[in-house]
Design a binder for this molecule. Structure first.
Ligand code: GDP
Length: 536
């Protein structure tokens, strides 16, 4: 086993860099049902953020009753809300950014992944890598986000350990280093062997609430379970340590290697090991790319970007919360920040922290933290806040929609109101809106149909705008650009009936189908057609 200490990171520092070094900002990626919610609850238990397991979902359900559009969540048993949960453990501050489980809201998830420094990949031990895990993993890889793996549901029938590790290596092209190793499987699952320090942690006998586990020497296993073939277990462990690559911090940080933990979120087993691993190996807030320069987390001046807008979190307040990830420095309550897009200053009078049960006003927050900034539509996704510097963080992406629909208003008198409402919805990232240049009614683009349901419900509830969606002549949208302004103008003039403006006024080419898109793009010399746009 190689040296896995990270002491290099804790040499003498300023108070700000000490605070930054304490932060771990991460998300959990998984296929639905693998156990993300259960694991989240258990992680929060460790941090003392909640006292009772089950509260994450319970809270979600309570929240769902609060507003009309959230009824959709309740009816379909899905979580639309992306939120952040902050907890402390072992003198570290963990910011866990939750992501919606349903793939119709994957844009939300992608944007959330721009705001984390690492991710925990939860895999169901009986199922291995599933479709959505794989997709989300690819997004992490694009952004060089290091991954820690938690193989869950070890208390149930599971696949062979070697086979699971092999599948991760092959399908994700990612080296694995098991940090723990399961002893027994399915009904015979006894616990895990600590590959780094030796000793076996037993599933039984621990405190399910506290996550405390009893640890015994491997030689004593047989006494605990006479049915267990200890020699076989020893052989497997020997084989495992021979076959597995030693843990290398650099390879992990670069995204080439994942440490793997085995456990059962339901039984609160292995969660403590995972959290310790996260504290020890996952990176503190990383430098962030902006259009001007790389911004280091420990720079004294505050900077942040907005990756998520949440409306109506509390209908008593009818507020909109912009979730901002601090990229550098310290945010103090009451400070003024420059909204770079408009050049205007805004006062951060009540930035908020979110805990599992509560939110509270944040007096100060540091790089890596996520704060909620209440506002009435001033902030939009991709916005940068600074202490004056004219820089913009790059990389909060928009993706070309999978589904395009025309919005039909049942009351034509309300066209102006609809325009405003759609602008707001697109700034919040609920849907994308495309305005045809020929004056035809607006088009909306979504990744999945549930987004249309949310849009419809919210337009109705918040703006009293009943709308229907119609199939349009267009099914695809591509952002168009060119190094040569004249070429772009000429293309737009020649294809006017297929050009629309997005939320920022950037031109988008709308096409009937792939064939037509291919036909046009092959002939449009010097024009780039893109299905991703980085929100600036
Ligand atoms: P999510 O969709 O990924 O958030 O998954 P949930 O946390 O809601 O879990 C899905 C189901 O699997 C629930 O019925 C959980 O109780 C169950 N589950 C989660 N973790 C475990 C585990 O470690 N062992 C067992 N046996 N069931 C689990």
């Amino acid at each position: 086993m190689s040296d896995i200490s990270v002491s290099a990171e804790s040499s003498s520092r300023s108070p700000l860099s000490e605070e930054v070094a304490r932060r771990r900002t991460f998300a959990i990626i998984s296929h639905p049902d693998a156990g993300k919610t259960t694991l989240t609850e258990k992680l929060l238990l460790f941090g003392g953020a909640i006292n009772l397991a089950g509260q994450v979902k319970a809270k979600g359900e309570r929240r769902n009753t609060r507003s009309d559009w959230m009824k959709i969540e309740r009816e379909r048993g899905i979580s639309v809300v992306t939120s952040v949960m902050t907890f402390e453990f072992n003198d570290l501050v963990f910011n866990l950014l939750d992501t919606p489980g349903h793939e119709d809201f994957s844009e939300d998830t992608y944007r959330t992944l721009t705001a984390v420094d690492s991710a925990v990949m939860v895999i169901d031990a009986a199922k291995g890598i599933e479709a959505r895990t794989r997709k989300l993993f690819e997004v992490c890889r694009l952004r060089d986000i290091p991954i820690i793996t938690f193989i869950n549901k070890m208390d149930r029938e599971s696949r062979d350990t070697f086979e699971l590790l092999d599948e991760i290596e092959k399908t994700l092209a990612l080296d694995t280093t098991p940090m723990t190793w399961p002893v027994g499987r399915g009904r015979g699952f006894l616990g895990t062997y600590d590959v780094v320090n030796g000793g076996v942690r037993l599933l039984e006998g621990g405190g399910a609430k506290t996550g405390a586990t009893e640890q015994i020497d491997i030689a004593d296993l047989g006494k605990r379970n006479p049915n267990l073939d200890v020699a076989e277990v020893k052989d497997e462990l020997a084989l495992a340590s021979e076959a597995c690559k030693p843990f290398e911090l650099a390879a992990f940080r670069e995204g080439h290697l994942t440490p793997v933990y085995f456990g059962s979120a339901l039984r609160n087993f292995g969660v403590g090991d995972l959290l310790e691993g996260l504290g020890k190996f996952a990176p503190a807030p990383r430098a962030q790319d902006s259009d001007l320069r790389k911004v280091e987390a420990a720079e004294p001046r505050m900077s942040a970007f907005v990756f998520k807008i949440q409306a109506n979190m509390d209908p008593n307040h009818r507020d909109r919360i912009a979730f901002a990830r601090l990229c550098s420095g310290k945010l103090s309550r009451g400070m003024k920040a420059k909204l770079v897009r408009t050049g205007k200053n805004m006062s951060l009078s009540s930035p908020q922290f979110f805990f599992a049960q509560d939110r509270s006003v944040a007096d100060e927050a540091f790089a890596g933290d996520v704060v909620g900034i209440p506002n009435h539509g001033t902030l939009r996704i991709g916005d940068t806040l600074t202490e004056g510097e004219e820089l913009t963080f790059v990389g909060v992406p928009s993706f070309a929609p999978e589904i395009v629909r025309r919005v039909r208003l049942t009351d034509a008198m309300k066209a102006k109101k609809l325009k405003e409402a759609l602008q707001q919805m697109s700034e919040e990232g609920v849907v994308q809106v495309f305005r045809p240049r020929d004056g035809a009614p607006a088009l909306v683009g979504v990744v999945g149909p549930l987004q249309l349901d949310v849009l419809k419900a919210r337009l109705d509830a918040e703006y009293s705008l009943p709308v229907e969606f119609e199939v349009s002549e267009f099914s695809l949208a591509r952002w168009i650009s060119s190094d040569d302004r004249k070429k772009l103008d000429a293309f737009i003039a020649a294809n006017n009936s297929g050009i629309a403006d997005d939320v920022d006024g950037d031109p988008v080419f709308m096409a009937k189908n792939e064939f037509y898109l291919g036909y046009i793009s092959e002939r449009a010399e010097g024009i780039t057609f893109s299905n991703v746009k980085d929100v600036k």
